[in-house]
Design a protein around this ligand. Structure first.
Ligand code: MN
Length: 234
C-alpha cells in the first residue's frame, strides 16, 4: 500500500531471499566489521591488536544471488571480501554477549565489495570511508538460512573463487571477534533493530576483480553466493 502523503513514490524495501522459500527478509541497515581476521589485517598492514570497528552500507546496495554488480565508477582497484552475513530478528542497546544470539534470525554469505584505492586514499586523508565502501551494488548477499536450521556456526570454511580459481580460503574459527561479541560491541554504538544485517569481516586473499569476473562464495553449513561483475553502469 502506498502512503498518499509521500510526495514521490515510496522507494522499494531492500530484502534478502530465504533459501528454499519465496519468503523475504526485509533489510533495514547493513553494518560491516572492519579487520576481523588476523591474516587479512596483516595483508592490509595493520596491527592485529587493534580493536575492530564498524562501518555501514546503504540497504539498497544489496545484489541477490545470481545477480550482477556493475563495475563501479571512479575506481581502478575494486576488491572482493567474502563475509559471513548475520541477519537480526531483534535488537536493542548494550546487548550482553550471552543474549546476543537470541537476536539472530539467520545467516548467509555476502561480499563486501570495496573500491580499495579510494578507501585507502580516504583513510590517508582522514576522510570517511563511504566512497570506498558504500557504493551502488557493493553488497552482494546470498539467500539466508534460518538459525533454526543451521544453528549458530562457529566453524566452517569461508571461501571465494574468482573464475573458478580459489582466492580466499579461511575458516570462521579465524574470526577475532565472534558473532555474539560483534553484536555486543555494535549495540554499544547504535541501537540494533530487526532487519539489520552484519557483514562480519573477511579472511585473507582479498584481490582485484574486474568486469566479466564470476565470483563464487561459500560458507560451510550456511550457503553460497554467485555474482558476476558487470560492465560499468552507464
Ligand atoms: Mn569487509
Amino acid at each position: 500500500m502506498s502512503d498518499r502523503r509521500y510526495v514521490i513514490p515510496q522507494p522499494p524495501q531492500a530484502a534478502l531471499a530465504i533459501a528454499g522459500s519465496s519468503e523475504l527478509f526485509p533489510v533495514r541497515r547493513i553494518w560491516c566489521v572492519g579487520r576481523n581476521y588476523e591474516e587479512h589485517i596483516k595483508e592490509m598492514g595493520h596491527d592485529v591488536r587493534d580493536p575492530p570497528f564498524f562501518f555501514s552500507k546503504p540497504a539498497d546496495a544489496i545484489v541477490p544471488d545470481g545477480g550482477t554488480s556493475p563495475y563501479p565508477s571512479l575506481t581502478k582497484d575494486m576488491h572482493h571480501e567474502v563475509e559471513l552475513v548475520v541477519a537480526l530478528k531483534s535488537g536493542g542497546r548494550n546487548i550482553p554477549v550471552a543474549k546476543a544470539l537470541d537476536c539472530v534470525w539467520g545467516y548467509g554469505v555476502g561480499i563486501d565489495l570495496t573500491r580499495r584505492d579510494l578507501q585507502i586514499a580516504s583513510r590517508d586523508m582522514k576522510r570517511p570511508w563511504e566512497v570506498g565502501k558504500a557504493f551502488d551494488a557493493s553488497a552482494p548477499c546470498g539467500p539466508l538460512q534460518p538459525a533454526s536450521k543451521t544453528g549458530h556456526p562457529k566453524k566452517g570454511r569461508i571461501a571465494l573463487k574468482c573464475n573458478g580459481k580459489v582466492r580466499q580460503d579461511g575458516d570462521l574459527t579465524q574470526m577475532i571477534w565472534n558473532v555474539p561479541e560483534i553484536i555486543n560491541k555494535l549495540s554499544e554504538m547504535v541501537a540494533l533493530e530487526a532487519g539489520d544485517i552484519i557483514l562480519t569481516g573477511t579472511p585473507s586473499g582479498v584481490a582485484a576483480t574486474v568486469a566479466g569476473d564470476k565470483l563464487e562464495c561459500e560458507v560451510e553449513g550456511v550457503g553460497s553466493l554467485t555474482v558476476t561483475i558487470g560492465q560499468p553502469a552507464k
